[in-house]
Design a protein around this ligand. Sequence first.
Ligand SMILES: [Zn+2]
Length: 454
Amino acid sequence: MNMLIHNATGILTGLRGDAARSTGSVRIRNGRIAEMGNLSPLPDETLLDARGGVITPGLVSTHHHLFQTMLKAVPTAINKPLEPWLRLVPNTYWNRIDERALGVAARVGMVELLLSGCTTVADHHYLFSELYPYNPADVLFDTARNLGLRYVLARGGTTQARKFDTDEIIPAPTEPLDVMLRRVDDLVRRYHDPSPTSMTRIVLAPNTPTWGATPTELREMAAAARGMGIFLHSHLSETTNYVKFCLETYGMRPLQFVAEHDWVGPDVWFAHLVHMDESEIALMAQTGTGMAHCPQSNCRLGSGIAPAPALDACGGRVSLAVDGAASNEACDMGAEMHCAWMIHRAVQGADAVTAEDVVRWSTSSGASILGYPELGSVEVGKIADLVVHRLDSPRHAGLHDPLIAPVVSGAASVRHVLVGGRPVVVDGAIPGLDLERLLEDARTVVGCLDSTGP
Ligand SMILES: [Zn+2]
């Protein structure tokens, strides 16, 4: 579809410095940005009126667990930190998630992501069990395709059973390394498209390097992923326990440990990294290893505040992510941007991070970390994943600098979303989606999850 987006108040480009802001119209041809500036409509193009709104690149969430969308606000864990929360939420419910529950969870999560301006999501899914009579990957890819979202499956799993402080729970699935790698290879053959415009990709993503695999296996995983031409992802240093465990068990801090096992580089990114010292931040930057910064989840679980501005300041790569909705209660990239803008200022001062920094983390930097260099900025030649944010509510009245509203005003306020130039959100709604029905399905799934105990 050829299109001209016109009448916007301005553009936040996702770039650095003076290039962070622009104005004018955006012309889209064959799914890419063809021209920008003072443009007149051409006879063969559709006009998208962005009057009073702000254009940004499509937002990129680099760490999620979509299955958790049906596990929000579980009462037993609402005030618990990470480890009891893991036991009481994902590890208590994992075996009750049937094909319907996963489909509804993925659909609700992706709908919320799209309505918050997110066009690309990396979903760390780690529940692959012989007990399931369905293939979770097929459910997740089908849901993303139906909604038009770019979907990166970070295929999780573990070779080691995690020990918790009680043995009431059914252990989450584990698999021998050779089985895991064979299954990942199958997924790569079926779903991995390395092209710049790819809608589907696979990443190898064991649950955590410190607990999820042996040191030897970590090296084998890194070599196998690179042999398959795919990226590596995992959790790291979310709590002080990660650091303590690593120091006690391996005699080094987590970043040094993963570096020793070939788990750093521009093809690796980690979620959280809340607890890093200066040497680890420097190692992240030197190696081009990416951070998926999840400030709302880190707040919710009381994990701390990741040193994202420090990593950014020394040339490191920072992206933003919503994490699973079971530790966020939302999949809203607008709210996540607002939290990222606020939280560092609370502890480091009012100049710790700018709205433009947060937009860059959430767009071009996230796209780069996922290996999409042609996504994530509003520039001529780039792929037309774009968002028009509306500024027509009481919240937006009175702004002297309306361009930064998508970050500073709080939760998302999205009017239109394009993926590769194709409209996927139109006037604040997803065409063809029966939202009432989806919300009813979600209520049914929550009822079933709570009534089918182990
Ligand atoms: Zn996570």
